[in-house]
Ligand binder design. Sequence first.
Ligand code: NAD
Ligand code: UDP
Ligand code: UDP
Length: 349
Amino acid sequence: DGERTVSRQEQLGQLYPPTATLSEGQRRRILVTGGAGFVGSHLVDRLMAEGHEVIVVDNMFTGRKKNVAHWIGHPHFMLIVHDVVEPILLEVDQIYHLACPASPPHYQYNPIKTIKTSTMGTLNMLGLAKRVRARMLLTSTSEVYGDPQIHPQPESYWGNVNPIGPRACYDEGKRVAETMMYAYRSQGGEGDSSMEVRVARIFNTFGPRMHPNDGRVVSNFIIQALQGKNITIYGKGRQTRSFQYVDDLVSGLMKLMNSDYELPVNLGNPDEYSVKDFALLVRELVRNMDSQIVHLPATKDDPAKRKPDITTAKKELGWEPTVSVRDGLAKTIEYFRKELEETGEITPT
Ligand code: NAD
Ligand code: UDP
Ligand code: UDP
């Protein structure tokens, strides 16, 4: 006596982060492509916590196993190492299609591969969605607006993209991916039914699990400040970006997926900074005045300003960002501090 059987749920609770229990009817099988990446892994955490079954499909180009390692072996979780450029057969209820490198150095590393990922990859996921009648969400980007001539950018703006510039493989890839989403919606359904598609246009997002070699401004500046190295501004630093914390984005993606709104929706935080002011803010928050701010040559076709108009998300999804840039940066700085301590790139304080 004194013994008792440990339930399956309790066993799991000791091994994994907590997950809610859903009835068979409420539990969905959800595919997250790119789920081992920065945004994808946070989305996986939220879907798992809600009690859903999650399948991650990722070719590990910029994704990392450690981003989802805490779920490996969980009966609701599966990681499939697969390239979305190749067809795949799965049975799922919803598809969050994130697979695509997102930082300029990564997507410019092999532009043809980036184009294939956005075109053939999205086509395959649409074919899958059509076959199993799954609702599909595409993570598009504010880059569809290119170097915008309207400020801030509403979804109705058609954009200003150089089709043969260094950013084109990503920008045009996402533009055609959006085109395919709506072409399948009107043409791809069985019989009279149309397919269910959702399109999120994501603005610059940051947070823990960004790849240290990501090359985007947030990770570069934080790592440079933590190491007391020069903070590298490309050009004069007058260009602007608006920065959103990853938890807000994940809430927006889930609200959009489960809403009835079918047209593209901007998801971003309208809090706009010049790159120069952003560099000063990061240096202040890291508290390392050893770092000097230096200017490197501007990159080609760098958008001069970017800020989301989020009227649609507020109205249609009841969504708006809740985490301030300062609070989000504090969490992200702590994450990078730990990463760099683990790899011995900075000494613990
Ligand atoms: P990320 O690079 O961390 O994640 C992308 C993931 O997709 C990685 O795990 C990578 O391995 C995987 N992947 C890439 N090509 C693939 C392929 N051919 N087959 C299978 N998997 C593949 O980038 P992220 O910031 O998490 O971006 C996720 C999505 O959000 C992307 O679609 C990106 O375009 C979009 N987005 C992100 C931002 C942002 O600021 N983070 C802004 C706009 C749009
Ligand atoms: N596809 C896939 N998984 C599926 C269904 C389709 O990967 O479960 C791929 C398929 O191989 C094709 C693409 O999705 O390359 C588009 O499929 P669709 O049925 O629209 O076109 P078709 O197969 O008729 O060319
Ligand atoms: N940037 C910079 N220094 C860096 C990295 C980026 O000044 O080390 C600038 C870049 O030129 C751009 C902005 O920061 O104007 C945002 O760049 P990022 O690569 O993060 O994303 P983008 O919005 O350009 O896709």
